[in-house]
Ligand binder design. Structure first.
Ligand code: KG4
Ligand code: ZN
Length: 352
């Protein structure tokens, strides 16, 4: 059995994990940063500085939990991109230092590949090929997963990522950052049919996503009558705010389901994988389960704490690469903030 150390610092989390090649998680730590709340988003300089401070502590705590020393690991995996340049650099430099000092194989992992591979921590043998939908604060990407080393892009967002839309809508109402979990909770008491937001379609017939129009429509509703949506003196929100959030969430999810359904109709697969921070959303999870029942294709969604950023998923993605002997040169590997995953999938989705 091989054991891998994994490090993830692509956005504002600082995460370290120890994962075996049969997908057991021996150690798993995520330090989240809450300082961004008042700013309504991640402040890159704050994030990197904080990661530099906490990474050694998170690293030590994870090894202690796994009851392991660096000497005993068989490889070191680190998120190389995409993400915030300064944040990525903190993790990559740390991993390179360890790889050189302890003479261990090093592997740079793509963050979105990590999200999709998180399912392997609970179900190592998810049947492939699969369609993989990665939904997070930075990504809304649909991949054809031919095998665990072969990802092909089917569709992507043309503007905002879906998580970004959740965060921006939350910011409009002063709900803090990240917005997704708050909207998930508040939407529960709202009527998802109260406001109707149409599902945008691409004029070229592609399955690409777009969320900036939805965000603007919510903003316009709020602008028309800001007082009607504001909390009262006791901080209680009016019912129409809950309704607006529920309708927004339902529309965002409906678009994800629409594209996924059409991709499943066009591409024969054995599984559907949904991952990334937004995949912890309860409405999304229910709707994807319903789509699975409708199509007969099993859906695999990691448990919520493996959907949001963590290092165990980076370890999980590294397994297939390490098994084929792949590794990076620790003296040459660099962070790549704009790293693209996989080749484009050449298929036309034009409407009949
Ligand atoms: O994967 P992740 O932790 O980091 C990125 O790679 O971006 O995703 C973070 C995103 C944020 O936009 C956050 O608002 C969203 O995931 N998110 C959610 C929920 N939990 C996190 N969105 C909707 N519902 C949730 N329960
Ligand atoms: Zn992520």
């Amino acid at each position: 059995m091989s054991v891998y150390l994994a490090i993830e610092t692509s956005c504002d989390e600082t995460a370290v994990a120890v994962v075996t090649d049969d997908f057991q998680v021996l150690g798993h730590r995520v330090a989240s940063q809450m300082e961004h709340g008042p700013y309504g988003g991640v402040v890159p300089e704050l994030a990197a500085r904080r990661q530099l401070e906490v990474l050694p502590t998170v690293f030590a705590a994870t090894l202690q939990e796994a009851d392991l020393s660096v000497d005993a690991v068989d490889g070191i995996a680190v998120t190389r991109g995409p993400g915030l340049a300064g944040s990525l650099l903190v993790g990559v430099s740390f991993a390179k230092g360890l790889a050189v000092a302890y003479d261990k194989p090093l592997l740079g992992v793509h963050h979105v590949e990590g999200h999709l591979c998180a399912v392997r921590l609970e179900w190592p043998d998810v049947p492939l090929p699969a369609l993989g939908l990665a939904v997070s604060g930075g990504h809304t990407h649909l991949y054809y997963v031919a095998d665990w080393l072969d990802f092909r892009l089917v569709a992507r967002t043309r503007d905002d990522a879906v998580g970004e839309a959740f965060d921006k809508v939350a910011k409009m109402l002063g709900l803090g950052y990240p917005g997704g979990p708050v909207i998930d909770r508040m939407a529960e008491t709202g009527d998802p049919r109260a406001f109707s937001f149409p599902i945008p379609q691409m004029s070229d017939g592609s399955l690409d996503f777009s969320f900036s129009g939805l965000k603007t429509q919510v903003m316009n509703v709020l602008k028309r009558d800001p007082v009607a949506f504001a909390p009262d003196a006791e901080g209680r929100w009016p019912q129409r705010t809950y309704d607006l959030l529920a309708s927004f969430q339902a529309a965002a999810v409906a678009q994800l389901v629409d594209r996924t359904r059409r991709a499943l109709q066009a591409i024969p697969v054995r599984s559907l994988i949904v991952a990334g921070g937004v995949a912890s959303n309860r409405w999304l999870r229910r709707e994807m389960q319903a789509l699975s029942e409708e199509t007969g294709i099993p859906v695999w969604i990691p448990r919520p704490d493996l959907c949001t950023d963590n290092a165990a998923m980076i370890g999980a993605a590294a397994v297939a690469h390490f098994q084929t002997g792949q590794r990076d040169d620790p003296l040459r590997m660099d962070a790549d903030p704009a790293w693209e995953l996989g080749t484009a999938f050449w298929m036309s989705f034009r409407r009949a």
